[in-house]
Design a protein around this ligand. Structure first.
Ligand SMILES: C[S@@+](CC[C@H](N)C(=O)[O-])C[C@H]1O[C@@H](n2cnc3c(N)ncnc32)[C@H](O)[C@@H]1O
Length: 166
């Protein structure tokens, strides 16, 4: 029988965004407003050399999820198509962990100012990692099941949260 582990994760900071209730499905690079990540003071030394990178991964805990995860989901922008949860970017997961790749604008003391994030204001931060050229770029990446969705180009604007005429 599989041994069951229950892990305890520690919040290492807080994400500040303009979003109280509605956030984009994915981060919008050109989003306006103030976006920053406030790191708890005991982790400040962990930011050394980070500002030499252009992009970071931001890993967060979607703390306002109050629904049980279902294994088949219909992404809101996919025209009713149903897919397995793990083939989706839904935040309603057994472990409601979200991932963003965002641009570092500047780092001032314990604040990392970034391009747009897709999270509600006050979201707990779990981790930050540098996005590293070649290591993290996959030039043969594809669209998976999204390739077969009708109006893929139009839907991809929804996925990326880019405003457009419906
Ligand atoms: C579709 S998820 C994508 C998350 C991440 N970009 C990813 O791919 O893992 C983004 C949505 O999560 C929701 N969300 C953001 N912050 C949240 C939080 N703290 N608690 C619950 N839901 C949150 C918002 O509705 C937002 O539109």
């Amino acid at each position: 029988m599989q041994e069951k582990f229950n892990y305890k994760l520690e919040q290492i900071g807080t994400i500040k965004t303009p979003y109280r209730d509605n956030a984009p499905y994915q981060p919008i690079d050109t989003d306006e407003g103030e976006f920053y990540i406030k790191i708890n003071h005991q982790y400040l030394d962990g930011l050394n050399e980070l500002k030499k990178f252009y992009y970071i991964y931001v890993i967060y805990y979607a703390h306002r999820i109050n629904r049980k995860a279902e294994m088949v989901v219909a992404p809101p922008w996919a025209g009713g198509k149903k897919v397995g949860l793990f083939a989706s970017r839904s935040p309603v997961r057994p472990n409601p962990i979200g991932l963003n790749v965002v641009r570092i604008k500047t780092i001032i003391k314990n604040r990392i100012y970034t391009s747009g994030l897709d999270v509600f204001d006050g979201t707990p931060l779990l981790d930050i990692k540098p996005y590293i050229k070649d290591l993290d770029d996959k030039s043969d990446a594809n669209y998976g099941w999204i390739e077969g969705v009708k109006n893929k180009e139009h839907l991809s604007l929804h996925i990326k949260g880019i405003p457009h005429d419906d």
